[in-house]
Design a protein around this ligand. Sequence first.
Ligand SMILES: Nc1ncnc2c1ncn2[C@@H]1O[C@H](COP(=O)(O)OP(=O)(O)OP(=O)(O)O)[C@@H](O)[C@H]1O
Ligand SMILES: [Mg+2]
Length: 1024
Amino acid sequence: MCGTPVGSGGPSREARKTVTSLFIDIVGSTELAERLDPEPLRELLDRYFAACVSAVGEYGGEVEKFIGDAVMAVFGASVTREDDAVRAVRAAAGALGALGALNADVTASHGVRLEARCGLCTGEVMVITAPDGGFRVVGDAVNTASRLQGAARPGEILIGERTAAVVRGHVGVEPVPRMRLKGKAAAVPAWRVTDPAAGERDGPGTPGAPLVGRDDELHELGHGLRRVRDRGQVCLVTVLGAPGIGKTRLVGEFLATLADGAAVVLRGRCSAYGRGVTYAPLAGMLHENWAGLAGPVSSGSEAGARAVRTLEAVMAAGEPAGVEEISWAVRYLLEELGGERPVIMVWDDLHRAEETLLDLIDDIATWLLDVPVLLLCVARTELLEIRPAWGGGKPCASTLELGPLTREESARLVGELAAHAEVQSHEHRDARERIAVECEGNPLFAELMLDLFADTAPGPVGTAPVSIGTAPGARIPPTVHALLSARLDQLPDDERRLVEMAAVAGRDFSHDTLRAMAGDEGADVAAPEVVNRLLRRRIVQRVDRENLRFRQSLLRDTAYAQTPKAHRRRRHLFLARGLGRDGEGRLAFACHVEAACHLQRDLLPGDTRLPDLAPHAAGVLIEEGERALRRKDLPAAAALLERGRALLGAGDPRRLAVALHICDAWLGMQDAERCLAVLAAEESAGGDGRRTRITCAIQRCVVALRLGLAPPEAVRADADRLAAELREEADDDLIWCRYHQLRAYLHLTGESAGADASLRHALARARAMRDRYEEDRLLCAICEVAKWTPGRLGEGLELCAALSARFAANRALLVPVLVTRAYLTALAGRIGDARRTLGAAREHAGDLHLDLADAAVLEMSGVVESLAGAHDRAEELFRRAAAALRAAPRAPDADTAEAAAARELFHRGRTGEAAAALDRLVRRAAGPGLRTRIAVASLRGRIASAYGRHDEAVAMVAEARELSGPVDDPCLAGDVLFDAAVVLRAAGRSGESADAARRAAGRYAAKGATLLVSRVERWVDGGA
Ligand SMILES: Nc1ncnc2c1ncn2[C@@H]1O[C@H](COP(=O)(O)OP(=O)(O)OP(=O)(O)O)[C@@H](O)[C@H]1O
Ligand SMILES: [Mg+2]
């Protein structure tokens, strides 16, 4: 490439160019000529010239001429490259290096040493190219380079100011005292090259200043870790602060201070790109360390194997375990790891986390006892907008708010950064001082301002040169955004275009992606050399060989915002096409299409058409939302499903089901307003008018019933009206699935057979739709209802067995199944079996911190103990269940448990206390449910009877029988009848009593409740 002729024939061409000129000369050539015979001298010089020419050529320079023993080379004369100056420095170093090798050869044979020195200068010159390709260069840069060469010491490379400004960051340089050079009026600033290959070795983009300040904060983190270790306790430390203030850096420095093996460190980061993927940061954290984690966790136990399965599912984003199960598995992991050493869990950028992930961390901080874990949460201050009480109420929690650096620290930081960037001259002191003030103590701003300044200093050839003396303060915009924009505005077109492409790809992107995007646009901007320039400018950094990252997310965001929307839209779609709808990239695929849709709406508000990929992207988001719904991650489910729905066209058949599932998620969060809003939105979106209207009406009834927005009678009337319309929709599984569920809810007050039948109809419809989420829900409900249905309990037990297997990996669903199973086995007289089942249920509920399930287990334990005749134990359990229910938010009322506790008091012979408890209950209960009213009346009858007030007693049991008329639960009916039998016998009405007892036994027998049948029989026979 060296000396490539630019053309031949014709006249000379002249051009004004910025070049770097290099002079290399031998030191003491006169003495050399004196000492050597001309023949070996000639040979020696030939080898020296050859080495120089070869070094210059290797770096793409051209030798213009030889002046005596000096070599004059030029970089950038016929071909301009942005890094000509760096090339020139490296060529000079190469030549000096070659000379070293030559010396090793000739010192022994000839008894001499060749020594050379170099001078370089960058500047505008005239390049005159002769028709034969030879050229001449004229300009001050040439003379100055020659003078600098003359001033250099043997083996030294001296460079001028502009060369220094361009090569900083790639080449190690240090300033030397200003030089008086022959022919120059003023003293000339100059730099000595200390390390010609510095930038190559460090890898571009890595330099940064050493940590400035933050001693107190580091100390505090260290203190947190000591506390964790010494007390064997979980601590939550939250590092909060503005963007760029140094949160991530602080944590990184803290971790770097730890001795090897001092702690197990797990690091996760929430990315804006993983939006909606609740556990992505956890998955990342596990992935990175799984080889070292899986072993200690599994440890041969059943619980360990369960935890490993759950965590592996999180990493694989496979079939979701429930939210509680995941939380338990993480706590289990920490317990195992924390046995050996403290564990540090770093959660960076937590302000981007999904609610459920915040809950997970909160849960660890609250529930993990006696395990040394430091939860190091790093977030921008907006975390407190999402969670104002973050960290509050924890036994060990602190918040570290990172403020700005002090003025003195800022000055030190700017000094360090400038030193690193080799921008060191005296003129720059002014600029540095201004940056130190204007960065407002924010290290990122300081870095950006300095970069901005450095880049507006005479930059790479091809960018507009600015006098290096210009103070940057005048150009530094006041706001960050402006600062970042200014940084981007400075970029040459090709770099700017590449940055804009990368910004659409995300904060992280690969070379391949860039190449593909550039190829698509017919641009040649993804060339390695453009990427390299961005690396050098510290806009991007290397993650590994293939992948790059914007150094600051703010920079990426700004570049994105500055890109015309039409370009962004096109690029998002291009990226989406490349990603495909399946596999790992499917969420990214969906996000790109989603972004394109939003942009399209902005660009063409009147055009309702969606890109052809939209339905597929919607599918991905909906699928992800359904998974969140199945694991009961309700906030994520609602958000993902909403996003999916927004990508569905008006006529898309999936719309309605998605709207219902969104409504379900809000229903689970007891947000009536949002439930109704989704339905209203779906109705107004049109679609299949009648179908939508009916389905939404059904769902509104469900919401009204479940959230108590309307009295059940009113809902029943609405449901009846809807039934008439439904006849025409016989084949519509979705409508019928929901309608049957509504019916089941309406039946639930008393007619369990009706509820069971409705639920089974709904289940058949759900199966026809292959809706696993609905199936699971319905199976759970059928199982719970099996406690009360008139069916034989054997069938209920079979269902329990099947569901125990089905829900093995999601214990939140398993617990209610076990509760039902315990009840049915106790009724069948197998008390020991029932107790064991409840023991397992209690353990699962405890593991997963399922408050409500815990209360349900307590209540059922009371039932079982009562059946076993252990009334004191039963009373205590009912009282605890009632207290737990009263304490839990969103719990059903505690009335039934309280009524049951009163009954146990009565059985223990504490009749007066039982009566008082009932009075309290009736006074307090707003409108007790039917089952409670029945229980209260029946017990009142027994109490009155015990006091000998037989008329009142008979009246009360009669009332209980009347009330229980519509209730088809055989055991409840049996209980009421049995109480009546007892009361009637005491009242001397033995014929009626015997009749009631017989009927009670009949009811119990119909259920298969052998334990209760024999209890009645014993009583009839004169026993207790
Ligand atoms: N005390 C410090 N001394 C020297 N450099 C620092 C210091 N604090 C931060 N920096 C540098 O400033 C830049 C921004 O810091 P960092 O990325 O830690 O900010 P952040 O608070 O985590 O920002 P974000 O909210 O965007 O994540 C980094 O290049 C970092 O190395
Ligand atoms: Mg950060």
